[in-house]
Write a new protein. Structure first.
Lengths: 418, 295, 339
């Protein structure tokens, strides 16, 4: 999926911008008339590069749009983009360098470990951090006032999915989950199972059952024993918590023995970016999070969404952006709106402005919950079906779930136990 | 825990073991002959996977095109292996083996970077050919046709290799060279030629294995690393240089890994490291120790 | 290092004298110590990391360059020290910081001792290397299940320590202060290692490396000295990890990944295996490459891999080896009368 903003131009852009961020020498504080600089890190190489690059494209498009209409507070916005390789050590070094050259705003983080490391650092560095990973710790154990989360976490995403599927499939009474053995996997499977139990119309009946999730190793790629056990069970609705390549392996192996036909419905975590890799092996009835349903109402008529789509097409030459573009753009949009609202780039003031902000985004109104700095909007759960022609996948149905109805109760500073 | 779970784990362990063997065979052979433990072996396997993918695409039309893809992968990788030998490995023949390990690790990095530049970081899947698709149900076990093919292929490769090494003249000469190259040269054996053949054969095996196993998992950049680790262990446990040992060890590892996941479902992935540790402590030289081994 | 030639004083204009390494060393130390005064905090952070990695690599080289044993799981020791101080500081356990460091080192040394007792008698070479990998992986899995140590998310928000010296409090919260603490501590540790490896022990290690059988015949208790080397190596590695945690303020499973185990090997090879300073030189060069390619996503691996291959083919004795050859060549030219 090479784009014009592909590796090479991202490199050039990043190189030019990073060159501007001094190498090894302290910079003098820039005069207020200079650009507003925002430091971005993400996984731009390695297995998560697809998502990292999409995030960064979204961020660049938002900034370009704001700059076209005069910038923010009369100043142009400048992004300094670097590759953190999804590693906390590398990200930490980059964040410190940003801080040293006077950058006060940090966004991104190519993995949960990076994001959590940033949470622990930003108060020391006096920066404001906008997170874009789905780890729960960001608004719980690792939380502090300098951190904001502008995209749904695992709890919201898969709580929404559990609720949507429970209501949509009242006749599926036996549910189960298979999930990888790390925090995201455990959280996703647990909240899915709990919301199915909570919302299923037949939850009181004797046949209704949600089996305990089956746990697999995080690096496992061979799921045949677990698939064999599933073939021998009475589970009809399955949640698959493995993202990316392991998830695709699962679907591939499941199809080989016909598990996809035995199951009535499947929920998974990656979305069309991953499912498209299956080609003709696309299973028939899979539900995933849809971050940006730009071809469906109400998003289709959303002016901001339309503008983003147009800008995307102009900049990359492609018409079908990956939903992760929005996971980058909404966060940055929120930050810029917060700066506008605060009428200054002074970090404490922007924090105060962001804590009860409400702004229009590509997917409708976006608000922030003051207690734990969690951003919310509407969540979309999409049903992907198989078709006979390229690319073998189509989005058949989208269910809308207001994030407020499924988001967890706030517990900033403490682990969320449920 | 039901009986069928154990049975399936055992079956899947054998299938996994055969896959590991297909990778480990070339690795142990090149060690036996060149005394080089090639850390980049898994990545040459990965090149084979990508080459086969490039040729047969996502949905191979027939058994024939699938096998042809695997053969082509073998040829390409053997050519690359030959070049690598001429340019790099040859110079490392008589050097401390630590340098060899680091040198082949450097090769691994270069291959990974190269594959990423050529094919990108996306994930792909490849189907088995139509003749090998689908599954049969035996009791409560759902056995895919392709896994049966892998087991058969592994067994065939092993028998052919074993025959070649122990029953043919060339094979016996190779054993001689592996055991004592100086003496073999004294006795008139064309040692450099045999070394070259061995190197080419080892890489060809890696590439061919890549092409054969391409429908077994996703095609992506992690494929090199995951197979390397298991093949590495199999070679160590089996005894460096012994194909028979590698065969036994591969099956053992496959079964341990699968049974481990059934026994300890809450700690997936641990069993194999514990088993390896225990093995190393009790049988430090492997199942079939190299001749004159003092390690 | 032996003097390059007694004739240095009587041959005017000679390019390289015996004092060169000392002068170089003093200059390097001065430059390193002055970093907080002129460098961007990002660069200061990376230089601090280089110091820690250099010590880690030197600990690995005790085993490899001196005792002739390869450990492929050295990150395990590093992680033990890092998680030890990380957890102690994070949960605000009331122990003086220097004691925490010692504790970290002791944990590493103790683990090395156990492994040494069990494994070193029967294994060496490739088998020992693989065993260390397996053990390191087991440690990684164990940590990944430990909520107390942060499991998959890692241990973050580790506070920097304050050392109570009775009369005054040494506050190491600022990056500058902790950096200087690092410089002093690592310089002392390096001096200690230098003394050790140039003493009788160092010579015994080297004898065992060269020919263990002959050493045994001469009455050396080979096993005991190997274990000693292993314990010291493990302790120093853990010590470097213990210093690492408060510097980065975050410790994750990356620290115990097998790629982390490869770092000291790469640094030592690049810098020069047969020399005490090789690992430090290698660490610096690698950090420089990483720093100057940091804006180019994805090129790092190919550059590192390519560089390693070049090194192995062209200069297997590393940067220090090249320096020595250059010195020898210049000395020969000087002694031979010159052009």
């Amino acid at each position: 999926m090479k784009t014009v903003f592909g590796r090479r131009s991202l490199l050039k852009g990043a190189g030019a911008l990073a060159g501007a961020a001094s190498v090894g020498l302290p910079t003098l504080a820039l005069a207020q008339a200079g650009p507003i600089r925002i430091g971005i890190t993400n996984a731009l190489s390695g297995p998560n590069a697809v998502f990292g690059e999409a995030n960064v494209i979204g961020q660049r498009l938002v900034v370009a749009a704001y700059n076209r209409s005069g910038g923010v507070l009369g100043r142009q916005v400048e992004l300094v983009v670097r590759d953190d390789r999804a590693q906390a050590a590398g990200g930490t070094a980059i964040a410190r360098e940003f801080a040293g050259s006077g950058i006060e705003f940090l966004a991104g983080g190519g993995a949960s470990t990076v994001a959590i490391a940033y949470c622990g650092l930003v108060q020391e560095l006096k920066m404001l951090y906008i997170c874009s990973t789905p780890g729960m710790a960001i608004t719980h154990e690792a939380f502090n006032r300098n951190v904001f989360r502008f995209n749904p976490n695992a709890y919201s995403l898969f709580g929404a999915q559990g609720r949507a599927l429970a209501e949509r499939y009242p006749n599926v009474v036996k549910w189960g989950a298979i999930t990888p053995d790390y925090a995201f996997g455990h959280d996703a499977a647990r909240v899915f199972s709990n919301t199915v139990r909570q919302y299923h119309p037949k939850r009181a009946s004797k046949e209704f059952d949600v089996a305990k999730p089956v746990v697999v190793s995080g690096t496992q790629m061979d799921f045949r024993p677990q698939i064999n056990s599933l073939m021998n069970s009475d589970i009809e609705g399955l949640f698959i918590g493995m993202p990316g390549a392991p998830g695709i392996s699962f679907f591939q192996q499941a199809r080989a023995v016909g598990l996809d036909k035995k199951l009535k419905v499947m929920g998974e975590t990656s979305g069309d970016v991953a499912l498209i890799a299956l080609g003709k092996d696309m299973p028939n009835n899979v539900w995933s999070p849809v971050f940006w349903p730009y071809e469906r109402e109400p998003v289709k008529s959303n002016k901001i969404s339309q503008q983003m789509l147009a800008d995307y097409a102009v900049t990359t030459g492609k018409r079908f952006p990956n939903g992760h573009v929005l996971r980058g753009s909404i966060g940055l949009r929120g930050l810029l709106e917060g700066i506008k609202k605060a009428k200054t780039t002074d970090v404490p003031s922007v924090i105060a402005a962001l804590e009860d902000i409400s702004f229009e985004s590509e997917i409708g109104p976006y608000t922030v919950r003051k207690a734990d700095h969690a951003g919310m909007a509407t969540l979309f759960v999409g049903n992907y079906n198989r078709v006979e022609t390229e690319p073998f996948i189509t989005l058949k149905e989208v269910r809308t779930v207001p994030e407020l109805s499924v988001i967890e109760t706030p517990s900033p500073g403490k682990e969320y136990i449920q | 825990m039901h009986l069928f779970e154990w049975l399936f784990a055992a079956y899947n362990g054998i299938a996994t073991g055969m896959a590991i063997f297909l990778v480990a065979a070339g690795l142990t052979w090149i060690f036996g002959i060149l005394k080089i433990l090639n850390m980049a072996h898994g990545h040459f396997f990965m090149i084979g996977v990508y080459v086969a993918f490039g040729i047969i695409g996502r949905h191979p039309e027939s058994m024939g095109s699938y096998l042809l893809g695997a053969l082509a992968a073998g040829v390409v990788v053997s050519a690359l292996g030959y070049l690598t030998d001429r340019l790099l490995l040859q110079r490392l023949r008589n050097v401390d083996y630590h340098y060899v390990l680091i040198g082949t690790f450097a090769l691994l990095l270069c291959i990974e970077g190269g594959v990423r530049l050529l094919w990108g970081g996306e994930v792909h899947t490849v189907d088995p050919p139509p003749e090998l698709q689908g599954a049969v149900q035996i009791g409560r076990l759902f056995i895919t046709r392709f896994s049966m093919f892998v087991i058969a292929a592994g067994a065939v490769v092993f028998l052919l290799l074993d025959f070649a090494i122990h029953r043919t003249r060339v094979g016996k000469l190779m054993q001689a060279v592996a055991s004592d190259p100086w003496m073999s040269a004294m006795l008139g054996v064309n040692v450099p030629a045999l070394l070259r053949i061995s190197v080419v054969a080892s890489f060809a095996l890696a590439g061919f294995a890549g092409g054969l196993l391409v429908p077994l998992q996703t095609v992506d950049l992690t494929v090199g690393g995951s197979y390397l680790l298991l093949a590495f262990f199999a070679v160590i446990i089996g005894g460096l240089g012994s194909v028979r040992g590698a065969f036994a060890a591969s099956l053992l590892l496959g079964v341990v890994q699968n049974l481990g996941n059934v026994l300890l479902p809450n700690v997936p992935g641990l069993a194999i490291y514990v088993a390896l540790t225990a093995f190393l402590i009790w049988w430090p030289n492997g199942i079939v120790p190299p001749k004159g081994a003092h390690a | 290092m032996k003097p390059a030639g007694a004739a240095s004083r009587s041959t005017p204009g000679k390019a390289v004298s015996a004092r060169t390494p000392l002068v170089l060393g003093a200059v390097a130390l001065a430059v390193v110590a002055s970093v907080p005064l002129w460098a961007n905090p990002g660069l200061e952070f990376i230089i601090g990391l280089v110091l820690i990695q250099a010590l880690f690599a030197m600990s690995w080289n005790i085993l490899f360059g001196y005792a002739g044993l390869a450990s492929f799981g050295h990150a395990g020791f590093f992680a033990m020290g890092a998680y030890a101080t990380g957890a102690l500081l994070r949960y605000q356990i009331a122990l003086p910081f220097p004691l925490m460091l010692v504790l970290g080192a002791l944990i590493g040394g103790a683990a090395a001792w156990v492994i040494g007792i069990v494994a070193l008698r029967r294994l060496s070479g490739i088998f020992l290397a693989v065993l260390t990998v397996a053990l390191s992986e087991i440690l990684r899995l164990v940590i990944s299940y430990s909520k107390v140590l942060g499991a998959e998310d890692g241990l973050s928000n580790i506070p920097r320590p304050r050392i109570d010296l009775g009369l005054a409090v040494l506050d190491l919260s600022s990056s500058q202060a902790y950096y200087w603490f690092l410089v002093v501590t690592i310089a002392l540790a390096t001096a200690g290692l230098w003394w050790l490896l140039h003493s009788r022990y160092g010579r015994i290690f080297q004898v065992i490396r060269e020919d263990a059988e002959r050493a045994a015949f001469l009455g050396t208790n080979v096993a005991r000295y190997r274990i000693l080397a292993f314990v010291i190596s493990g302790a120093v590695a853990a010590f470097s990890g213990a210093l690492y945690a408060p510097w980065t303020r975050v410790v994750t499973l990356e620290e115990v990944h097998w790629l982390q185990s490869l770092q000291p090997m790469l640094f030592t090879l690049l810098g020069g295996v047969g020399s005490f300073w090789g690992p430090a030189v290698g660490a610096t060069v690698f950090a420089a490459i990483g720093y100057y390619t940091r804006t180019y996503a994805g090129l790092y691996e190919v550059i590192v891999g390519g560089l390693l291959i070049v090194i192995i083919l062209v200069a297997p004795s590393g940067v220090v080896g090249m320096y020595r050859k250059l010195r020898a060549r210049l000395a020969a030219r000087g002694a031979g009368g010159g052009p």
